[in-house]
Design a binder for this molecule. Structure first.
Ligand code: TRP
Length: 336
C-alpha cells in the first residue's frame, strides 16, 4: 500500500479556463476546502486537457496561475493538499498510453462530451478529444484515488475510469481501486443566476453571473440589474423564481437577521426590492472583495506561485512514481 495513512484518497481536476464565479465557488471549491482536512487530496489544474479545445497556448500560463490563485484565495491550502499542474507529472502521459490500449474506439466515440465538443469544433475533432476520458482516468488512477469530487456532467467519464481500471486489473493484476463521484450530497447549495433563469454559470448573459474577480462597482451593478416586480399583493404568497433566487443568494452571504427582515416584509407585502438588492449587493461585496484582493496579491507574487507549483508537483510525482512502478511490473514491462 501507499504510505498515505488511513485517509481515503480524493482527486479532482480543474480546467484552467479562467475566472471562477460564485457557482464554482459554492459548488466545487468550497467542497474541496472542506475535504482537505479529512482526506488525502490531489487537486490538479488540467492544463493538458485544455489543449484538446484550446490549442493556442498564448494565455495558458496566465490562466493556470489565475486558477491556482483563485483556489488558494478561496481556502485551498497548498500545504495540506497536493495542488499541481497536470503537465508537471510526466508519468501521466505514460499511464495514458497504457490505458489507451484498453479503451475501445466505439465507447470513446459515443461519449457525450466527445459528441458535444465535435459539434462545437467540427474542424478540430482531434484524437485528444476522443481520448479525453482516458487522460482523465490516468489522472485519477495515477493516485489510486477512490473519491472524485465532480459535477453531474462528469459521471460518464468516471464510469469509463472504472471500466478502464477494471480492465487493467483483470488483465494485469489488481492495482487500481474503483473511483466514484463524490461530494457532500445534500449539503450542496444551489447558486441561482441573477437573471432569474437557471444556475449561475458561465452564461452568455455576463450580468447574470458574479465572478470572484468582479470589482465592487461591477458587483453592485449586476445585483441592481436583477429582475424584480412591483411586489406581492397578497400576504404570504409564494415567490416567483426570480425573487426566490434573490433570497437564495442572500442565504449564501447575508446575516440571518437581514434575511428574515426581508422575508417578513415580503410576507407582509411591504418589501422594497430596491433596498433588498442594495443590501444583497453590499453583502456580496463584503463576501467577494477579500477573495478578489487575495487573488490579486497571490498573482503578484511569482515566487510564491512557483513554489506552490513545485511543491505540488513533487507531492504528485511521489505518488505517481509509486503507482507507475507497480503498473510496469504488473504489465510485465520489466525485463531484468
Ligand atoms: N474533465 C474535468 C472537467 O471537465 C476536468 C478533469 C480533468 C478532471 N482530469 C480530471 C476531473 C480528473 C476529475 C478528475 O471538469
Amino acid at each position: 500500500m501507499q504510505n498515505k495513512g488511513s485517509r481515503q484518497i480524493v482527486m479532482s481536476g480543474i480546467r484552467p479556463t479562467g475566472f471562477l464565479h460564485l457557482g464554482n465557488y459554492f459548488g466545487a471549491v468550497r467542497n474541496y476546502v472542506r475535504m482537505q482536512d479529512e482526506y488525502h487530496c490531489f487537486f490538479m489544474v488540467a492544463d493538458l486537457h485544455s489543449l484538446t479545445t484550446h490549442p493556442d497556448t498564448k494565455e495558458l500560463s496566465t490562466n493556470v496561475k489565475r486558477v491556482l490563485a483563485e483556489n488558494i484565495a478561496s481556502g485551498l491550502d497548498p500545504d495540506k493538499v497536493a495542488l499541481y499542474c497536470q503537465s508537471h507529472v510526466h508519468e501521466t502521459g505514460e499511464l495514458y498510453l497504457y490505458l489507451n490500449m484498453l479503451a475501445y474506439k466505439g465507447e470513446l466515440e459515443k461519449t457525450t462530451t466527445f459528441k458535444d465538443k465535435v459539434r462545437l469544433q467540427p474542424d478540430n475533432a482531434n484524437a485528444g478529444l476522443l481520448t479525453y476520458p482516458v487522460l482523465q482516468a490516468a489522472d485519477i488512477l495515477m493516485h489510486r484515488a477512490t473519491l472524485v469530487p465532480v459535477g453531474k456532467d462528469q459521471e460518464q467519464h468516471l464510469e469509463m475510469s472504472r471500466n478502464f481500471a477494471n480492465r487493467f486489473n483483470h488483465r494485469y493484476g489488481e492495482i487500481f481501486p474503483e473511483p466514484y463521484a463524490f461530494n457532500f450530497g445534500e449539503q450542496l447549495v444551489k447558486v441561482p443566476s441573477l437573471d432569474g433563469a437557471g444556475k449561475m454559470s458561465k452564461s452568455e448573459n455576463q450580468y447574470a453571473t458574479l465572478y470572484l474577480s468582479d470589482t465592487d462597482d461591477l458587483i453592485r451593478k449586476k445585483v441592481m440589474k436583477a429582475k424584480t416586480d412591483s411586489g406581492p399583493t397578497e400576504r404570504n404568497s409564494s415567490k416567483p423564481d426570480y425573487i426566490d433566487n434573490l433570497f437564495q443568494l442572500m442565504n449564501l452571504v447575508s446575516e440571518k437577521d437581514t434575511i428574515s427582515k426581508f422575508e417578513t416584509d415580503y410576507d407582509n407585502c411591504n418589501i422594497r426590492y430596491g433596498d433588498m438588492k442594495k443590501q444583497l449587493a453590499e453583502d456580496m461585496v463584503r463576501f467577494i472583495s477579500p477573495i478578489r484582493e487575495k487573488v490579486e496579491s497571490i498573482l503578484s507574487d511569482e515566487r510564491y506561485l512557483k513554489n506552490v507549483m513545485e511543491k505540488g508537483a513533487e507531492k504528485a510525482r511521489v505518488s505517481a512514481r509509486e503507482t507507475m512502478k507497480l503498473v510496469r511490473e504488473a504489465m510485465g514491462l520489466k525485463y531484468y
